[in-house]
Write a protein that binds this ligand. Structure first.
Ligand code: NDP
Length: 448
Protein backbone atom coordinates (compact mmCIF):
# COMPACT_ATOMS: atom_id res chain seq x y z
CA UNK A 1 0.00 0.00 0.00
CA UNK A 2 1.23 3.48 -0.85
CA UNK A 3 1.85 5.91 2.02
CA UNK A 4 -1.05 8.37 1.98
CA UNK A 5 -0.39 12.09 2.44
CA UNK A 6 -3.10 14.65 2.97
CA UNK A 7 -3.29 18.09 1.36
CA UNK A 8 -5.13 20.76 3.33
CA UNK A 9 -7.05 22.24 0.35
CA UNK A 10 -8.13 18.89 -0.99
CA UNK A 11 -9.16 17.68 2.44
CA UNK A 12 -11.21 20.82 3.11
CA UNK A 13 -12.88 20.71 -0.31
CA UNK A 14 -14.04 17.15 0.40
CA UNK A 15 -15.31 18.12 3.83
CA UNK A 16 -17.22 21.14 2.49
CA UNK A 17 -18.75 18.98 -0.25
CA UNK A 18 -19.96 16.42 2.28
CA UNK A 19 -21.28 19.06 4.72
CA UNK A 20 -22.74 21.80 2.54
CA UNK A 21 -23.58 25.14 4.14
CA UNK A 22 -22.20 24.20 7.57
CA UNK A 23 -19.85 27.17 7.82
CA UNK A 24 -19.12 26.98 11.57
CA UNK A 25 -18.24 23.31 11.22
CA UNK A 26 -15.97 24.03 8.22
CA UNK A 27 -14.22 26.77 10.23
CA UNK A 28 -13.64 24.51 13.24
CA UNK A 29 -12.23 21.70 11.10
CA UNK A 30 -10.03 24.07 9.10
CA UNK A 31 -8.54 25.39 12.34
CA UNK A 32 -7.53 21.85 13.35
CA UNK A 33 -6.58 20.67 9.92
CA UNK A 34 -3.99 23.44 9.44
CA UNK A 35 -1.94 21.96 12.27
CA UNK A 36 -3.01 18.33 12.30
CA UNK A 37 -2.41 17.57 8.63
CA UNK A 38 1.35 18.23 8.83
CA UNK A 39 1.40 16.13 12.02
CA UNK A 40 -0.56 13.28 10.40
CA UNK A 41 1.74 13.37 7.38
CA UNK A 42 4.71 12.94 9.71
CA UNK A 43 3.00 9.96 11.39
CA UNK A 44 1.76 7.78 8.51
CA UNK A 45 0.00 5.26 10.79
CA UNK A 46 -2.72 7.90 11.26
CA UNK A 47 -2.99 8.90 7.60
CA UNK A 48 -3.11 5.29 6.41
CA UNK A 49 -6.01 4.55 8.75
CA UNK A 50 -7.86 7.65 7.46
CA UNK A 51 -8.20 8.86 11.02
CA UNK A 52 -8.76 12.53 10.27
CA UNK A 53 -11.46 11.64 7.76
CA UNK A 54 -13.10 9.38 10.36
CA UNK A 55 -12.79 11.97 13.14
CA UNK A 56 -14.52 14.65 11.09
CA UNK A 57 -17.60 12.43 10.72
CA UNK A 58 -19.73 12.28 13.91
CA UNK A 59 -20.70 8.83 15.20
CA UNK A 60 -24.34 9.92 14.89
CA UNK A 61 -26.63 12.94 14.95
CA UNK A 62 -30.02 12.72 16.61
CA UNK A 63 -32.52 15.40 15.64
CA UNK A 64 -36.05 15.61 16.96
CA UNK A 65 -39.20 17.70 17.29
CA UNK A 66 -39.84 19.40 20.63
CA UNK A 67 -43.44 20.54 21.18
CA UNK A 68 -44.54 22.52 24.21
CA UNK A 69 -47.34 24.88 25.24
CA UNK A 70 -46.60 28.49 26.24
CA UNK A 71 -48.40 30.31 29.06
CA UNK A 72 -51.12 31.51 26.70
CA UNK A 73 -51.84 27.96 25.59
CA UNK A 74 -50.22 28.35 22.15
CA UNK A 75 -48.44 25.28 20.82
CA UNK A 76 -44.78 25.93 20.03
CA UNK A 77 -42.42 23.75 18.02
CA UNK A 78 -38.63 23.72 18.31
CA UNK A 79 -35.93 21.40 17.06
CA UNK A 80 -33.74 19.42 19.44
CA UNK A 81 -30.38 17.78 18.68
CA UNK A 82 -27.70 15.61 20.14
CA UNK A 83 -24.50 15.19 18.18
CA UNK A 84 -22.74 12.10 19.57
CA UNK A 85 -19.41 12.90 18.05
CA UNK A 86 -16.83 10.41 19.20
CA UNK A 87 -16.72 7.94 22.13
CA UNK A 88 -13.31 6.38 21.49
CA UNK A 89 -11.98 7.25 24.95
CA UNK A 90 -15.14 7.43 27.08
CA UNK A 91 -18.89 8.18 27.10
CA UNK A 92 -19.99 11.14 24.98
CA UNK A 93 -19.68 14.28 27.09
CA UNK A 94 -20.52 17.89 26.28
CA UNK A 95 -23.05 20.61 26.92
CA UNK A 96 -26.54 21.47 25.75
CA UNK A 97 -27.06 24.92 24.24
CA UNK A 98 -30.46 26.64 24.08
CA UNK A 99 -30.17 29.65 21.76
CA UNK A 100 -31.99 30.74 18.57
CA UNK A 101 -28.70 30.44 16.62
CA UNK A 102 -28.41 26.69 17.32
CA UNK A 103 -28.36 24.51 14.22
CA UNK A 104 -26.61 21.35 13.09
CA UNK A 105 -23.50 23.20 11.92
CA UNK A 106 -22.99 24.96 15.26
CA UNK A 107 -23.44 21.73 17.21
CA UNK A 108 -21.12 19.79 14.92
CA UNK A 109 -18.41 22.41 15.38
CA UNK A 110 -18.89 22.32 19.14
CA UNK A 111 -18.98 18.50 19.28
CA UNK A 112 -15.86 18.20 17.14
CA UNK A 113 -13.90 20.58 19.37
CA UNK A 114 -15.22 18.83 22.46
CA UNK A 115 -13.57 15.55 21.42
CA UNK A 116 -10.09 17.11 21.50
CA UNK A 117 -10.78 19.22 24.57
CA UNK A 118 -12.00 16.27 26.60
CA UNK A 119 -8.99 14.25 25.55
CA UNK A 120 -6.70 17.08 26.70
CA UNK A 121 -8.17 17.01 30.21
CA UNK A 122 -6.62 13.51 30.60
CA UNK A 123 -10.02 12.22 31.84
CA UNK A 124 -11.83 9.33 30.06
CA UNK A 125 -14.52 11.31 28.21
CA UNK A 126 -15.61 11.22 24.59
CA UNK A 127 -17.13 14.27 22.90
CA UNK A 128 -20.67 15.35 22.10
CA UNK A 129 -22.87 18.42 22.04
CA UNK A 130 -26.57 19.12 21.81
CA UNK A 131 -29.28 21.67 22.29
CA UNK A 132 -32.10 23.45 20.60
CA UNK A 133 -33.05 26.66 18.81
CA UNK A 134 -35.34 27.37 21.80
CA UNK A 135 -34.71 30.81 23.34
CA UNK A 136 -35.12 30.79 27.13
CA UNK A 137 -34.83 34.61 27.20
CA UNK A 138 -38.12 36.24 28.16
CA UNK A 139 -39.81 32.89 28.93
CA UNK A 140 -41.41 32.20 32.30
CA UNK A 141 -39.99 29.49 34.56
CA UNK A 142 -43.01 27.31 33.77
CA UNK A 143 -42.46 27.68 30.02
CA UNK A 144 -38.80 26.76 30.39
CA UNK A 145 -39.83 23.76 32.51
CA UNK A 146 -42.35 22.54 29.94
CA UNK A 147 -39.81 22.92 27.17
CA UNK A 148 -37.10 21.05 29.13
CA UNK A 149 -39.50 18.21 29.98
CA UNK A 150 -40.52 17.83 26.36
CA UNK A 151 -36.88 17.98 25.19
CA UNK A 152 -35.84 15.30 27.69
CA UNK A 153 -38.78 13.06 26.79
CA UNK A 154 -36.93 12.31 23.55
CA UNK A 155 -33.33 12.82 24.66
CA UNK A 156 -33.50 10.34 27.56
CA UNK A 157 -33.59 7.44 25.09
CA UNK A 158 -30.13 8.29 23.86
CA UNK A 159 -28.18 9.18 27.04
CA UNK A 160 -27.03 7.46 30.22
CA UNK A 161 -24.11 7.44 32.69
CA UNK A 162 -22.04 5.12 30.48
CA UNK A 163 -23.39 6.32 27.15
CA UNK A 164 -23.71 10.09 26.99
CA UNK A 165 -23.59 12.65 29.80
CA UNK A 166 -24.81 16.14 28.80
CA UNK A 167 -24.14 19.35 30.75
CA UNK A 168 -25.00 23.07 30.40
CA UNK A 169 -23.82 25.65 27.89
CA UNK A 170 -25.27 28.94 26.61
CA UNK A 171 -28.85 29.27 27.85
CA UNK A 172 -28.61 26.11 29.96
CA UNK A 173 -27.75 26.85 33.58
CA UNK A 174 -28.72 25.44 36.97
CA UNK A 175 -32.46 26.05 36.39
CA UNK A 176 -32.56 24.18 33.08
CA UNK A 177 -30.35 21.34 34.34
CA UNK A 178 -32.74 20.91 37.29
CA UNK A 179 -35.77 20.57 35.00
CA UNK A 180 -33.92 18.27 32.60
CA UNK A 181 -32.58 16.01 35.34
CA UNK A 182 -35.98 15.89 37.07
CA UNK A 183 -37.61 14.64 33.87
CA UNK A 184 -34.78 12.20 33.12
CA UNK A 185 -35.07 10.69 36.58
CA UNK A 186 -38.84 10.41 36.22
CA UNK A 187 -38.63 8.65 32.87
CA UNK A 188 -35.80 6.30 33.78
CA UNK A 189 -36.89 5.66 37.38
CA UNK A 190 -33.21 5.76 38.31
CA UNK A 191 -30.94 8.21 40.08
CA UNK A 192 -27.70 8.25 38.12
CA UNK A 193 -25.15 10.94 37.28
CA UNK A 194 -26.37 11.28 33.72
CA UNK A 195 -26.26 15.08 33.64
CA UNK A 196 -23.52 17.25 35.10
CA UNK A 197 -23.76 20.81 36.33
CA UNK A 198 -26.44 19.63 38.76
CA UNK A 199 -27.21 21.55 41.93
CA UNK A 200 -25.43 20.41 45.07
CA UNK A 201 -28.60 18.94 46.61
CA UNK A 202 -28.89 16.29 43.90
CA UNK A 203 -25.40 15.18 43.02
CA UNK A 204 -23.74 18.37 41.76
CA UNK A 205 -20.09 19.08 42.38
CA UNK A 206 -18.59 22.04 44.18
CA UNK A 207 -16.59 24.32 41.85
CA UNK A 208 -18.50 23.18 38.72
CA UNK A 209 -20.23 26.57 38.39
CA UNK A 210 -16.92 28.39 38.63
CA UNK A 211 -14.78 25.84 36.79
CA UNK A 212 -14.75 27.13 33.20
CA UNK A 213 -14.08 30.75 34.17
CA UNK A 214 -11.56 29.87 36.87
CA UNK A 215 -9.84 27.37 34.59
CA UNK A 216 -9.52 29.94 31.81
CA UNK A 217 -7.83 32.38 34.16
CA UNK A 218 -5.59 29.68 35.66
CA UNK A 219 -4.50 28.89 32.12
CA UNK A 220 -3.82 32.58 31.44
CA UNK A 221 -1.74 32.80 34.63
CA UNK A 222 0.22 29.68 33.57
CA UNK A 223 1.00 31.21 30.17
CA UNK A 224 2.16 34.44 31.80
CA UNK A 225 4.16 32.63 34.50
CA UNK A 226 5.93 30.64 31.80
CA UNK A 227 7.14 34.00 30.51
CA UNK A 228 8.11 35.21 33.98
CA UNK A 229 5.06 37.47 34.21
CA UNK A 230 1.66 37.34 35.99
CA UNK A 231 -1.85 38.78 35.96
CA UNK A 232 -1.15 41.10 38.87
CA UNK A 233 -1.79 44.71 37.86
CA UNK A 234 -2.86 43.82 34.31
CA UNK A 235 -5.85 45.47 32.61
CA UNK A 236 -8.30 42.82 31.41
CA UNK A 237 -11.11 43.07 28.88
CA UNK A 238 -13.83 40.41 29.15
CA UNK A 239 -16.76 39.77 26.81
CA UNK A 240 -19.93 38.10 28.03
CA UNK A 241 -21.56 38.28 31.45
CA UNK A 242 -22.87 34.72 31.72
CA UNK A 243 -21.49 31.79 33.64
CA UNK A 244 -18.00 31.71 32.11
CA UNK A 245 -17.48 35.49 32.08
CA UNK A 246 -18.62 35.92 35.69
CA UNK A 247 -16.13 33.47 37.15
CA UNK A 248 -13.32 34.49 34.81
CA UNK A 249 -13.83 38.00 36.16
CA UNK A 250 -13.91 36.78 39.76
CA UNK A 251 -10.64 34.84 39.46
CA UNK A 252 -8.91 37.62 37.52
CA UNK A 253 -9.85 40.11 40.27
CA UNK A 254 -8.63 37.67 42.95
CA UNK A 255 -5.28 37.39 41.16
CA UNK A 256 -4.84 41.17 41.24
CA UNK A 257 -5.95 42.14 37.73
CA UNK A 258 -8.20 45.07 36.87
CA UNK A 259 -11.30 43.98 34.90
CA UNK A 260 -12.52 46.84 32.71
CA UNK A 261 -15.40 45.44 30.67
CA UNK A 262 -18.18 42.86 30.49
CA UNK A 263 -20.88 42.52 27.86
CA UNK A 264 -24.05 40.82 26.71
CA UNK A 265 -25.80 40.54 23.38
CA UNK A 266 -26.97 44.18 23.78
CA UNK A 267 -23.55 45.84 24.22
CA UNK A 268 -20.70 46.28 26.73
CA UNK A 269 -20.00 48.27 29.88
CA UNK A 270 -16.61 49.97 30.38
CA UNK A 271 -15.75 50.63 34.01
CA UNK A 272 -12.49 52.60 34.06
CA UNK A 273 -12.19 52.12 37.85
CA UNK A 274 -12.34 48.37 37.42
CA UNK A 275 -15.11 45.93 38.32
CA UNK A 276 -14.68 45.14 42.02
CA UNK A 277 -15.89 41.94 43.73
CA UNK A 278 -18.91 43.90 45.08
CA UNK A 279 -19.81 45.20 41.62
CA UNK A 280 -19.37 41.70 40.20
CA UNK A 281 -21.85 40.38 42.78
CA UNK A 282 -24.35 42.84 41.27
CA UNK A 283 -23.67 41.41 37.79
CA UNK A 284 -24.06 37.80 38.96
CA UNK A 285 -27.39 38.62 40.57
CA UNK A 286 -28.47 40.68 37.54
CA UNK A 287 -27.67 38.01 34.93
CA UNK A 288 -28.33 34.80 36.89
CA UNK A 289 -31.26 35.62 39.16
CA UNK A 290 -32.99 38.68 37.70
CA UNK A 291 -32.10 37.82 34.08
CA UNK A 292 -31.63 41.52 33.24
CA UNK A 293 -29.44 43.46 30.79
CA UNK A 294 -25.80 44.49 31.37
CA UNK A 295 -26.77 48.12 30.60
CA UNK A 296 -28.28 48.24 34.13
CA UNK A 297 -24.71 48.06 35.50
CA UNK A 298 -23.84 51.31 33.72
CA UNK A 299 -26.95 53.00 35.13
CA UNK A 300 -26.19 51.80 38.66
CA UNK A 301 -22.46 52.54 38.77
CA UNK A 302 -22.37 55.51 36.38
CA UNK A 303 -19.95 54.14 33.79
CA UNK A 304 -19.96 54.00 29.98
CA UNK A 305 -22.27 51.66 28.07
CA UNK A 306 -21.64 50.97 24.38
CA UNK A 307 -24.80 49.65 22.79
CA UNK A 308 -24.49 47.05 20.03
CA UNK A 309 -20.68 46.92 20.35
CA UNK A 310 -18.08 44.39 21.47
CA UNK A 311 -15.36 45.50 23.90
CA UNK A 312 -12.21 44.96 21.77
CA UNK A 313 -11.48 48.66 21.20
CA UNK A 314 -10.73 49.15 24.89
CA UNK A 315 -6.93 49.25 25.50
CA UNK A 316 -5.77 46.30 27.65
CA UNK A 317 -2.95 43.78 28.07
CA UNK A 318 -5.23 40.76 28.47
CA UNK A 319 -8.39 39.70 26.62
CA UNK A 320 -10.77 36.96 27.77
CA UNK A 321 -13.55 36.37 25.21
CA UNK A 322 -16.26 34.53 27.18
CA UNK A 323 -19.52 35.11 25.24
CA UNK A 324 -19.91 33.10 22.03
CA UNK A 325 -18.31 32.01 18.74
CA UNK A 326 -16.86 34.43 16.19
CA UNK A 327 -16.65 37.55 18.34
CA UNK A 328 -13.07 38.61 17.43
CA UNK A 329 -12.54 39.60 13.81
CA UNK A 330 -9.24 40.44 12.07
CA UNK A 331 -9.93 44.15 12.61
CA UNK A 332 -10.59 43.54 16.31
CA UNK A 333 -7.35 41.55 16.57
CA UNK A 334 -5.35 44.33 14.87
CA UNK A 335 -6.83 46.92 17.26
CA UNK A 336 -6.00 44.76 20.27
CA UNK A 337 -2.41 44.38 19.03
CA UNK A 338 -2.09 48.12 18.35
CA UNK A 339 -3.32 48.82 21.88
CA UNK A 340 -0.65 46.57 23.43
CA UNK A 341 -2.31 43.23 24.16
CA UNK A 342 0.11 40.54 25.35
CA UNK A 343 -2.15 37.51 25.87
CA UNK A 344 -5.60 36.15 25.13
CA UNK A 345 -7.30 33.05 26.57
CA UNK A 346 -10.64 31.87 25.21
CA UNK A 347 -13.35 31.14 27.75
CA UNK A 348 -15.87 30.78 24.92
CA UNK A 349 -15.69 28.19 22.13
CA UNK A 350 -14.17 29.47 18.87
CA UNK A 351 -14.64 33.19 19.64
CA UNK A 352 -11.75 34.10 17.32
CA UNK A 353 -11.88 33.94 13.51
CA UNK A 354 -9.00 32.01 11.93
CA UNK A 355 -7.49 35.12 10.30
CA UNK A 356 -7.58 36.90 13.65
CA UNK A 357 -5.67 34.00 15.24
CA UNK A 358 -3.01 34.49 12.56
CA UNK A 359 -2.74 38.18 13.56
CA UNK A 360 -2.07 37.18 17.17
CA UNK A 361 0.52 34.61 16.13
CA UNK A 362 2.26 37.00 13.72
CA UNK A 363 2.57 39.53 16.54
CA UNK A 364 3.75 36.95 19.10
CA UNK A 365 0.71 37.53 21.31
CA UNK A 366 0.14 34.51 23.56
CA UNK A 367 -3.06 32.93 22.32
CA UNK A 368 -4.81 30.05 24.12
CA UNK A 369 -7.53 28.28 22.07
CA UNK A 370 -10.68 27.37 23.96
CA UNK A 371 -10.07 23.63 23.70
CA UNK A 372 -7.12 24.17 26.04
CA UNK A 373 -8.10 27.18 28.14
CA UNK A 374 -11.81 26.51 28.72
CA UNK A 375 -11.44 22.78 29.40
CA UNK A 376 -11.77 23.35 33.16
CA UNK A 377 -15.56 23.15 32.96
CA UNK A 378 -15.73 19.74 31.36
CA UNK A 379 -12.85 18.58 33.57
CA UNK A 380 -14.87 19.31 36.71
CA UNK A 381 -17.89 17.71 35.01
CA UNK A 382 -15.70 14.62 34.69
CA UNK A 383 -14.96 14.89 38.40
CA UNK A 384 -18.72 15.23 39.06
CA UNK A 385 -19.22 11.94 37.19
CA UNK A 386 -16.54 10.26 39.33
CA UNK A 387 -18.11 11.56 42.55
CA UNK A 388 -21.59 10.43 41.41
CA UNK A 389 -20.47 6.92 40.55
CA UNK A 390 -18.61 6.56 43.86
CA UNK A 391 -21.42 8.37 45.75
CA UNK A 392 -18.98 10.73 47.45
CA UNK A 393 -18.39 14.50 47.48
CA UNK A 394 -14.97 16.09 47.42
CA UNK A 395 -14.33 19.38 49.21
CA UNK A 396 -14.07 22.73 47.47
CA UNK A 397 -10.36 22.90 48.26
CA UNK A 398 -9.69 19.44 46.86
CA UNK A 399 -11.63 20.16 43.68
CA UNK A 400 -9.96 23.52 43.13
CA UNK A 401 -6.58 21.81 43.49
CA UNK A 402 -7.59 19.11 40.99
CA UNK A 403 -8.80 21.81 38.59
CA UNK A 404 -5.50 23.68 38.87
CA UNK A 405 -3.55 20.46 38.32
CA UNK A 406 -5.59 19.60 35.23
CA UNK A 407 -5.08 23.10 33.76
CA UNK A 408 -1.38 22.76 34.49
CA UNK A 409 -1.26 19.33 32.78
CA UNK A 410 -2.98 20.81 29.73
CA UNK A 411 -0.47 23.65 29.71
CA UNK A 412 2.41 21.16 29.86
CA UNK A 413 0.96 19.16 26.96
CA UNK A 414 0.72 22.35 24.89
CA UNK A 415 4.37 23.15 25.64
CA UNK A 416 5.39 19.69 24.44
CA UNK A 417 4.05 20.20 20.91
CA UNK A 418 3.90 24.00 20.64
CA UNK A 419 7.07 25.24 22.36
CA UNK A 420 10.37 26.33 20.82
CA UNK A 421 11.94 29.50 19.41
CA UNK A 422 11.10 31.44 22.57
CA UNK A 423 7.37 31.61 21.70
CA UNK A 424 4.74 29.03 22.55
CA UNK A 425 2.18 28.37 19.83
CA UNK A 426 -0.67 27.01 21.94
CA UNK A 427 -2.77 26.09 18.89
CA UNK A 428 0.02 23.92 17.53
CA UNK A 429 0.43 22.48 21.00
CA UNK A 430 -3.19 21.76 21.85
CA UNK A 431 -4.32 19.87 18.78
CA UNK A 432 -1.80 17.08 18.56
CA UNK A 433 -1.97 16.58 22.31
CA UNK A 434 -5.74 16.07 22.14
CA UNK A 435 -5.60 14.15 18.88
CA UNK A 436 -3.03 11.46 19.72
CA UNK A 437 -4.97 9.80 22.54
CA UNK A 438 -8.22 9.58 20.54
CA UNK A 439 -6.37 8.49 17.40
CA UNK A 440 -4.50 5.72 19.21
CA UNK A 441 -7.75 4.40 20.72
CA UNK A 442 -9.38 4.40 17.27
CA UNK A 443 -6.38 2.59 15.78
CA UNK A 444 -6.71 -0.09 18.46
CA UNK A 445 -10.39 -0.66 17.58
CA UNK A 446 -9.59 -1.39 13.93
CA UNK A 447 -11.79 -0.09 11.15
CA UNK A 448 -15.01 0.87 12.94
P1 NDP B 1 -24.31 31.88 29.30
O1 NDP B 1 -25.58 31.62 28.62
O2 NDP B 1 -24.24 31.78 30.78
O3 NDP B 1 -23.73 33.33 28.89
C1 NDP B 1 -23.53 33.68 27.56
C2 NDP B 1 -23.12 35.14 27.51
O4 NDP B 1 -22.74 35.46 26.17
C3 NDP B 1 -24.23 36.09 27.89
O5 NDP B 1 -23.65 37.24 28.43
C4 NDP B 1 -24.87 36.38 26.53
O6 NDP B 1 -25.58 37.60 26.49
C5 NDP B 1 -23.65 36.45 25.65
N1 NDP B 1 -23.98 36.09 24.28
C6 NDP B 1 -24.59 34.97 23.83
N2 NDP B 1 -24.73 35.00 22.50
C7 NDP B 1 -24.22 36.18 22.11
C8 NDP B 1 -24.07 36.82 20.84
N3 NDP B 1 -24.50 36.24 19.71
N4 NDP B 1 -23.48 38.04 20.81
C9 NDP B 1 -23.06 38.64 21.96
N5 NDP B 1 -23.16 38.10 23.16
C10 NDP B 1 -23.73 36.89 23.24
O7 NDP B 1 -23.24 30.88 28.61
P2 NDP B 1 -21.84 30.40 29.16
O8 NDP B 1 -21.18 31.47 29.93
O9 NDP B 1 -22.02 29.06 29.77
O10 NDP B 1 -21.04 30.14 27.79
C11 NDP B 1 -20.27 31.15 27.16
C12 NDP B 1 -19.29 30.54 26.18
O11 NDP B 1 -18.42 29.64 26.89
C13 NDP B 1 -19.91 29.69 25.05
O12 NDP B 1 -19.11 29.81 23.89
C14 NDP B 1 -19.81 28.28 25.61
O13 NDP B 1 -19.83 27.31 24.58
C15 NDP B 1 -18.45 28.37 26.27
N6 NDP B 1 -18.21 27.33 27.29
C16 NDP B 1 -19.03 27.21 28.37
C17 NDP B 1 -18.77 26.26 29.32
C18 NDP B 1 -19.55 26.16 30.58
O14 NDP B 1 -19.13 25.42 31.46
N7 NDP B 1 -20.64 26.88 30.75
C19 NDP B 1 -17.67 25.28 29.15
C20 NDP B 1 -16.79 25.57 28.02
C21 NDP B 1 -17.10 26.54 27.12
P3 NDP B 1 -27.17 37.65 26.79
O15 NDP B 1 -27.31 37.63 28.28
O16 NDP B 1 -27.62 38.91 26.15
O17 NDP B 1 -27.75 36.42 26.14
Amino acid sequence: MQIKTLELDEFMQGLIRRNPGETEFHQAVQEVAEDIIPFVNQHPQYGDAALLERMTEPDRIISFRVCWADDEGNIRVNRGYRVQYNNAIGPYKGGLRFHPSVNQSVLKFLGFEQVFKNSLTTLPMGGGKGGSDFNPKGKSDREVMRFCQSFMTELHKHIGPNRDVPAGDIGVGAREIGYLFGQYKRLENEFTGTLTGKSLEFGGSLIRTEATGYGTVYFMELMLNHRGDSLKGKEVVISGSGNVAQYAAEKAIQLGAKVLTMSDSGGYIYDKDGISEEKLAFIIDLKTIRRGRISEYAEKFGCDYHQGKRPWDVPCQIALPCATQNEISVENAKTLVKNGIIAIAEGANMPTFIDAIHVFHDNKVLYAPGKASNAGGVAVSGLEMSQNSQRISWSRKELDERLRNIMSDIHQQCLKYGGGNGYVDYVKGAWPAGFVKVANAMLAYGVV
